[in-house]
Design a protein. Structure first.
Length: 218
DNA sequence: GCCCAGGGGGCTC
DNA sequence: GAGCCCCATGGG
């Protein structure tokens, strides 16, 4: 059964790496900013940008909204594509005005409505929206990213060109809709792919080696 | 010096 | 709706 395989993979990753306790952010707003900044960039690039924003006490919606976009762009320079991302953060803040910058109010709707609203914001695509729902609003939705697709394809469970929504359904149909399971599963996939699949010269020590089609091939 | 990262939007056909 | 290009830093 697919469900058993997915749970087996999760248990192996959890047993090997331990709980990840994502997302690494002190507040929901910090989480959202981080989600935008990490688009197409490793997390290491984002940490400097977040630290810069914290240094000037700007990791607060109303404070950031009052900041000139050029200044914001310079503070997040290390996160790459900074002009684009500054514009995306501004777009998000403009949307939050309707809620008086109250994230609890913004999050207090069902997943489908929240997702639709997030996707209507320029600069928020499916992965970013789902990350915000899962780690910011704390509602169960399975986040898909390049690592998830790569790993599931390597394990022979899905075709490598599978679409975002197809792969999300694959997880959500086969797993119980559990917040902490979804949070840990995605975090473990990213952690695993950052460490084992990409950084190491071989597959030695990989907790999924007995399941992987390409074990030893890289 | 070269390569490439946890994406999204806009354009083309 | 798939296939491209743009954005434009920093670490290995």
């Amino acid at each position: 059964m697919i469900a058993d395989k997915l749970l087996d993979i999760f248990e192996r990753l959890l047993g090997h790496y331990g709980p990840q306790h994502w997302w690494p952010a002190e507040t929901p707003f910090e989480m959202i900013v981080g989600a935008i900044l990490t688009q197409s960039v490793s997390w290491a690039n984002v940490t400097k940008a977040i630290a810069n924003l914290k240094r000037v006490d700007a990791l607060e919606p109303a404070v950031l909204a009052a900041m000139p976009v050029g200044e914001l762009a310079q503070l997040i320079r290390s996160s790459r594509f900074y002009n684009m991302k500054a514009g995306k953060i501004v777009a998000f803040l403009e949307h939050l005005i309707d809620y008086d910058y109250d994230l609890d109010a913004f999050f207090s709707k069902d997943v489908v409505a929240l997702r639709g609203e997030l996707l209507s914001i320029k600069g928020v695509g499916m992965e970013t929206a789902d990350s915000i729902i899962l780690y910011g609003a704390h509602k169960p939705i399975f986040v898909i990213d390049a690592y998830t697709r790569q790993l599931m394809a390597r394990l022979g469970l899905v075709p490598s060109q599978i679409g975002y929504e197809q792969l999300r359904s694959f997880f959500e149909i086969n797993l119980p809709s559990d917040l902490s399971l979804f949070q840990e599963y995605h975090a473990l996939i990213v952690h695993h792919c950052n460490r084992t699949c990409q950084k190491r010269p071989s597959c030695m020590g990989c907790p999924l080696i007995s399941l992987c089609q390409f074990a030893g091939a890289n």
